[in-house]
Design a protein around this ligand. Structure first.
Ligand SMILES: [Zn+2]
Length: 195
């Protein structure tokens, strides 16, 4: 997202991906990357921040305890701004809202919402054609994912951007994902749960 004075990105992933992202951004603007939002603490999202030395790094507070472990050696050495539930950043006239509704995929799940542009970004909770990918299942909280997806539906986004997958283009589709989650959760959890 290109603001007046800098660029905001999410999840640079790793040094290699961050370098190619930097190159792509340089085709669009001369402005530096000034803001990096980490969607959650998983190793495949949080590396490569060193490629953008001018950037302030934002993460949800629950990531702190996991970053300390830094199993893959990729976690950022320093987070400039932790937030708990809600946080807003202004990139000139563009408002970027960060929300933590629950632990979803990982514990420090952050949703990025551009209210005026009607865009919502979340990571690793659904793909364009499936609710969950086997790779994610080991650290996903189904009830949290369901709650987050429903919250995202309430935002009525025109565009929903996800990870490891193509984006989907209407909140109706997120609703479908959320509905599938419900059925899946009921299958996996006790039928006493009325979701
Ligand atoms: Zn993940």
């Amino acid at each position: 997202m290109i603001g007046d004075k800098g660029v905001l990105i999410t999840d640079p992933a790793n040094s290699y991906r961050a370098q190619s992202l930097k190159m792509e951004i340089s085709k669009l603007t001369k402005l530096p990357v000034t803001h990096i939002i980490l969607s959650h603490e998983h190793y495949d999202h949080v590396g490569g921040t060193e490629v953008f030395p001018k950037a302030k790094i934002y993460a949800q507070s629950n990531t702190k305890s996991v970053f300390k472990l830094d199993v893959s050696g990729q976690a950022p050495k320093n987070i400039d701004q932790y937030f708990d539930d809600d946080y807003s950043i202004f990139m000139g006239k563009i408002e970027v809202d960060l929300h933590h509704y629950a632990a979803g995929d990982g514990v420090g799940t952050a949703i990025v919402h551009l209210p005026k542009e009607s865009v919502v970004y979340s990571a690793d909770m659904y793909a364009s054609d499936e609710i969950i990918n086997k790779r994610w299942i080991s650290d996903s909280n189904f009830l949290g994912n369901r709650l987050i997806l429903n919250k995202m539906v309430e935002l009525k986004p025109k565009y929903a951007i996800t990870t490891h997958s193509e984006s989907i283009e209407s909140y109706c589709q997120i609703w479908c994902m959320s509905h599938l989650f419900r059925r899946r959760s009921v299958d996996l959890l006790s039928p006493r749960f009325h979701l």
